[in-house]
Design a protein around this ligand. Structure first.
Ligand SMILES: [Mn+2]
Length: 283
């Protein structure tokens, strides 16, 4: 399918979590005039602790460079995980422009502010050390949780320690975190007299009007595998990777990615809750 623009964020290349294969499927299915990379594309933070670079991740980079070379407009707006790029505001690397933020004029005349969004996240802005600890702690917590339940079984402890209760309170905090983030972004966009914002960072895809402002979040390619596309009439659409798969069902079954699990319900805590909390702290 050919669209006017593609917006993606939070690919986190260089990490184990990056779902590069799915992104490649998506890029195969969608061609565009503009490609906006809205931050946390390469994860330099976690690469400090060890690089996980797969052939598929390599191909992602090659495909993006190829698009730029072939005349598509490719813009990189750095996020906090690739903040080293922020020193290069206004610089073009070959065919890729780097901008801290950009105002995108859609085909229908609407003006959208494009930015990663971590400036509006109180945790990464004022408590960077907390975000880094959260990043490391998340992986640790998942492992600890597994051994903890093994230990409890071994000790034949009756009942179940309320990790679920603990986790649920964490979910509430994660939810209010997302709410605060969106709220302050929308406020800033309204102040600037724009029609909407297209951001990333919180790994929670969205496309909805909030009063007079259109709030759009690209989601990520770690958990949800989502992107935003702009059609030639200016209409925005939230694309989920499994829709892409459905649209290309004529491909041999063997190469289709596994089905995406449904969103976790509260009953599936604590695992889901930990994942959710982790998302909030390792953005
Ligand atoms: Mn981020």
């Amino acid at each position: 399918m050919h669209v006017r623009s593609i917006f993606i964020s939070d690919v986190h290349l260089g990490t184990r979590g990056c779902q590069a294969d799915r992104l490649l499927d998506f890029l195969r299915d969608y061609e565009s005039d503009h490609l906006f990379l809205i931050g946390d594309i390469i994860d330099f933070w976690s690469m400090n602790r060890g690089i996980h670079w797969t052939p598929a991740q390599n191909t992602v980079v090659q495909k993006i460079l190829r698009r730029a070379r072939h005349g598509q407009r490719v813009m990189l707006i750095p996020g906090n995980h690739d903040e080293a790029m922020r020193e290069y505001d206004g610089v073009s690397f070959g065919d890729i422009e780097v901008r801290l933020e950009h105002i995108h004029l859609a085909a229908d005349g609407k003006r959208y502010l494009l930015l990663h969004g971590d400036e509006f996240d109180q945790v990464t802005r004022y408590h960077r050390w907390l975000a880094v600890i959260g990043d490391v702690g998340y992986n640790l917590l998942v492992r600890v949780n597994a051994s903890l339940s093994r230990l409890r079984r071994l000790l034949r402890r009756p009942g179940y320690w309320s990790l679920a209760g603990y986790a649920k309170s964490r979910v509430k905090r994660a939810v209010s975190f997302i709410f605060d983030f969106e709220d302050s972004l929308i406020h800033a966009v309204r102040e600037r007299g724009l029609d909407g914002v297209i951001c990333g960072h919180i790994h929670s895809a969205a496309l909805r009007p909030v009063g007079d402002i259109i709030y759009v979040n690209c989601g990520d390619w770690v958990d949800s595998c989502t992107a935003i596309v702009e059609h030639h009439d200016g209409r925005l659409e939230l694309v989920r990777a499994w829709q892409t798969v459905a649209a290309t069902a004529n491909r041999p079954a063997s190469v289709l990615p596994a089905a995406v699990p449904p969103a976790p319900t509260l009953d599936e805590l604590p695992q889901a809750a930990i994942a959710c909390n982790g998302t909030a702290t390792r953005l």
